[in-house]
Write a protein that binds this ligand. Structure first.
Ligand SMILES: CC(C)(COP(=O)(O)OP(=O)(O)OC[C@H]1O[C@@H](n2cnc3c(N)ncnc32)[C@H](O)[C@@H]1OP(=O)(O)O)[C@@H](O)C(=O)NCCC(=O)NCCS
Length: 180
């Protein structure tokens, strides 16, 4: 009899949920593994301790065993003084990258933000990745960074396409450092 093949990894088997106090060290590990330095792991912790933190908008992706394998974070920033959200960082354990883990966390984070009545979301990142969630260049919203960045890398998304969005320069919360 032929040996049964192991099932192919399912890209839709990831579950997402807001972080709890028990996830703090796993989230740090995911960020340490995903990025070359500890900067993003430290950023998450500094944001968690800041007034930019919004409960329910730090999302983890779990594998079928309940292990945290991905993370996406939305925190408060401002555009021309009006509230907006910054999506950063997004991180996935290298062993499961490119299997839907990051997308699951980001989609869940955006849905949670929409449910909270949030509208404008900004992300600075890979111009090939974020458009799949609806992000387009922030310049099209009249929104810009206070530092030099390629136009296509600073992106924005309006969760409510019928509502007005603020225009102007992004003010990041202090933990983002020089970009703040
Ligand atoms: C970027 C990251 C969060 C994406 O999460 P993921 O679970 O690996 O990606 P998903 O499975 O959701 O999506 C896969 C798609 O993303 C694309 N992608 C993954 N990493 C990418 C990158 N660094 N740049 C551009 N596209 C990327 C893949 O090419 C794939 O595209 P396709 O669907 O057109 O084939 C994750 O790969 C990661 O942690 N990378 C290292 C840290 C990082 O760069 N974070 C983002 C900072 S902006």
């Amino acid at each position: 009899m032929p040996t049964p093949r192991a099932p192919a990894p399912m890209t839709n088997s990831w579950t997402t949920r807001p972080e709890t106090a028990d996830d703090v060290s796993a989230i740090r590990e995911v960020n340490l593994a995903a990025f070359p330095t500890a900067a993003e792991a430290d950023l998450v912790e500094a944001l968690r301790a800041s007034d930019a933190w919004i409960e329910g908008l730090s999302i983890v992706t779990e594998d079928p065993d309940g292990t945290v394998v991905g993370h996406a974070l939305l925190t408060r920033c401002r555009v021309d003084g009006a509230p907006a959200l910054a999506l950063a960082p997004c991180a996935v354990l290298p062993r499961v990258q490119e299997s839907g883990v990051g997308s699951a966390a980001i989609r869940a984070g955006l849905e949670a933000a929409r449910a909270n009545g949030e509208n404008l979301v900004l992300v600075l990142g890979h111009a090939e990745y974020y458009p799949r969630f609806g992000f387009t260049p922030a310049s099209g919203f009249g929104v810009r960074a206070s530092f030099d960045v390629p136009d296509e890398a600073m992106m924005a998304l309006a969760l409510d396409p019928d509502a007005e969005t603020p225009r102007g320069t992004i003010a990041y919360p202090a933990p983002f450092g020089r970009v703040g």
